[in-house]
Design a protein around this ligand. Sequence first.
Ligand SMILES: O=C(O)C1=C[C@@H](OP(=O)(O)O)[C@@H](O)[C@H](O)C1
Ligand SMILES: C=C(OP(=O)(O)O)C(=O)O
Length: 429
Amino acid sequence: MSIKSVSFNRKTLNGSISVPGDKSISHRAVMFGSLAKGKTTITNFLAGEDCLSTIAAFEAMGVKITRNNQTVVVESAGASELSEPLEPINLGNSGTTARLLMGILSALPYHFTLYGDASLTKRPMDRITNPLREMGAKIDGRENGRFLPIAIRGGKLNPVHYHTPMKSAQVKSGVLLAGLLTDGKTVVEEDTKTRDHTENMLKAFGADLSVEGNSVTVNGNQPLTACDIEVPGDISSAAFFLVAAAITPNSEVKIENVGLNQTRTGIIDVLKLMGVDITVEEKRTIGGEPIGDIIVKSSKPAAATISGDIIPRIIDEIPVIALLATQAEGTTIIKDAEELKFKETDRIESVVNTLQALGAEIEATNDGMIIQGNAKLKGAETNSYGDHRIGMMIAIASLLTEETIELHDDKCIAVSYPNFFEDLDELLQ
Ligand SMILES: O=C(O)C1=C[C@@H](OP(=O)(O)O)[C@@H](O)[C@H](O)C1
Ligand SMILES: C=C(OP(=O)(O)O)C(=O)O
């Protein structure tokens, strides 16, 4: 396992960069391009390990996919022409690939075996096997299909009206994709709106899909038509630099062409709520997704209580928001975020343990954390535990410490941000 010593003499960030393409949108573009008939060209694709796992899965089913850096071309004869993979499919570290793919595979007339890395093997899959079984899917796996490896005997399903108990876009999307390949109308209702890239992009591919409030209806077995997708910059990746600029003196950064979909912009609302100097310039809409530039200047943040409907809109940004809170005036409380326990690590535990090791006063609660501000962070030996977002949080924390931070397992950052350290270096002055 690789160890990186993170220590920067330069501790001010200045300038503008574009972050890599959005991970959620990149996954979906490959999946829907593979289900559609024709040629889909994806530009600004995120060539992170998670999205490469999605490409490999569809290649194993006979789809022709070529990649030249950030441009991916998917050529498919449509969902009915996919073939049975001869080998088990490796999902790597990617929860999104696992949950969405399970929806698709359950409705195809083949046998599939799915497995993942050590982290994914511990993450719950019953949240998606349960609704798929309600549709008639034949799924088995460890602990009755709760964990990978999982085997699916795909086939004809029945449509479902599913009220999801989870605040999870992956569950919503997995059920909708099974419904897309099933005769009749499938409806998914959620109490709190989660990211809606599946809905937006399926419409762009010509699916018969409608959204009313928090309820999505897909009319199944209508063919998709290939369409080109330009992927916006990933706001979840931008978040690390937005916080870095806010907490380091004399900084000003501009992150260009970031996706500003309402279901993802909770980080902007949190930064505003905490008094950070932030400006958003919306520019245009690509494939139904607004994009724009975000500018953040050094600030003195104030503590906040963060809970309720905003949580799914910041779910992947909570590690770096917790770091921000260590520098705020007052006590920050994050609540209603039990979903953090089911990520690449239990992110309540990994965030709290890591920030404590770095000298912060922070405690875990059942559904979040309580963070004292004005912390003087110090160097320490840390571990990402294979979680890319914990690795990047630690790297940004090192801008606040005089001493070096040893980061064990920095390589996992490539899951969502292969050039993270190069981009950070470009902004550092
Ligand atoms: O649908 C997606 O692309 C994602 C949904 C979220 O997961 P959950 O659906 O488990 O909340 C998020 O954490 C993940 O990074 C990507
Ligand atoms: C939770 C994440 O991804 P996934 O669920 O796709 O592994 C993430 O990127 O923070």
